[in-house]
Write a protein that binds this ligand. Structure first.
Ligand code: AMP
Length: 282
C-alpha cells in the first residue's frame, strides 16, 4: 500500500496507474476508519483496478463551534485497517498540504439543495464538502468515487456537482452500515457516553416507526414526520434538529410519500451531532 502524505507523492504514484489505464476508484474519508468506511473500500475493490482512500479532516466543512479540533484522529490504526482491507494507496495530507496557498479564492457553490436538511443547521458545510471533493477529484481524477448513504444529502450533492460541472466521475452510493443494535456507524459515536449511546438509538427507532406507518398505508409526509418526532422524543438525551420525509433527488419535503422517498433525521445527543436516514420501501 502506497502511503502518500503529499500531492507530489500522490501524483508520482498515480502516473503509472494512469499510463496503464487502470480504473481508479476513490473513497474520500475524514479517517477514524470504521466498518462503514471499509464497506465502501470493499465496494470500490470490486469496481476498480486501483483503490485509493483519502483521509483528511477538512476544516472548510466545519462551522465555528463545531468539533473540528476534537474530531477523532488515529492515523496508524486507520492505515493498518485500510491495508488489511486491500487499499492500494492512502492519501493523508496535512491542512497546509491540501491548501498550500491558504484560503481558496474559488470555491464550489452547492446551490439550493444545500440549504435543506443539514444545510439549515450547518451553514457553509456543503460548500466546504463540495470544494474539497472537487479538489480531490482534481488530484486523483478517479473514474469512480464511493460515498455512503449515511450522509445522504452529501452524496446527492456530490452527484449533482458531478452532473452540473461535467466532472466525469461515476458516483456510487454504499448502504448504511450499523452496529448490531441499529445505530449507524460514525466516527463521532466515540464521543457518546453510555446513556447517550442508549438514547442515540432513538434515531433509528424513529426511522423504523416511519417505515412501519408507511407499510400500514400512511402516505402523508406531515404525519410520517410526526411519527418520527414522537419516537425521537421518547429519548430525552436527543435534541432533534430535523426529521423530514423528502424526495430522494431534490430533497424537497413530500406531501404525499411514495416508495423510494427518504426519511432523514438529525439530532444532538449530548454534545454530539448524529444523523441517520432510511429509504422507504414497500
Ligand atoms: P466520513 O469519514 O464520516 O466523512 O465518511 C466518509 C465516507 O464514509 C462518506 O461517504 C460517508 O457517507 C461514509 N460513511 C460514514 N459512515 C458510514 C456508515 N455507517 N455506513 C456507510 N458509509 C458510511
Amino acid at each position: 500500500m502506497i502511503l502518500s502524505p503529499t500531492r507530489q507523492i500522490l501524483s508520482e504514484s498515480l502516473r503509472p496507474i494512469r499510463a496503464e489505464g487502470l480504473l481508479l476508484g476513490l473513497v474520500p474519508t475524514m479517517g477514524y476508519i470504521h466498518e462503514g468506511h471499509l464497506s465502501l473500500v470493499d465496494l470500490a475493490r470490486e469496481r476498480s483496478e486501483f483503490l485509493a482512500v483519502s483521509i483528511f479532516v477538512n476544516p472548510l466543512q466545519f462551522g465555528p463551534g463545531e468539533d473540528l479540533s476534537r474530531y477523532p484522529r488515529e492515523l496508524d490504526r486507520d492505515l493498518t485497517l485500510l491495508r488489511d482491507r486491500g487499499a492500494d494507496l492512502v492519501f493523508f495530507p496535512s491542512v497546509e498540504e491540501m491548501y498550500p496557498d491558504g484560503a481558496l479564492q474559488v470555491v464550489v457553490d452547492p446551490g439550493p439543495m444545500s440549504q435543506r436538511l443539514c444545510g439549515v443547521h450547518r451553514p457553509g458545510h456543503f460548500g466546504g464538502v463540495l470544494t474539497v471533493v472537487a479538489r480531490l477529484f482534481g488530484l486523483f481524477r478517479p473514474q469512480i468515487a464511493l460515498f455512503g448513504q449515511k450522509d445522504y444529502q452529501q452524496a446527492v450533492l456530490v452527484r449533482r456537482m458531478v452532473r452540473d460541472l461535467e466532472m466525469g466521475v461515476e458516483v456510487v452510493l454504499g448502504p448504511i452500515v450499523r452496529e448490531e443494535d441499529g445505530l449507524a456507524l460514525s466516527s463521532r459515536n466515540v464521543f457518546l457516553s453510555r446513556d447517550e449511546r442508549a438514547d442515540a438509538l432513538g434515531l433509528r427507532r424513529g426511522l423504523q416507526e416511519v417505515q412501519r406507518a408507511f407499510e400500514e398505508g400512511n402516505r402523508s409526509g406531515q404525519e410520517l414526520g410526526r411519527v418520527l418526532f414522537r419516537e425521537v422524543e421518547k429519548h430525552p438525551l436527543l435534541q432533534l434538529q430535523y426529521g423530514e420525509i423528502v424526495h430522494p433527488d431534490s430533497l424537497e419535503p413530500l406531501e404525499t410519500v411514495v416508495p423510494g422517498a427518504v426519511a432523514a433525521v438529525a439530532a444532538h445527543c449530548g454534545g454530539t451531532r448524529l444523523i441517520d436516514n432510511h429509504i422507504l420501501k414497500g
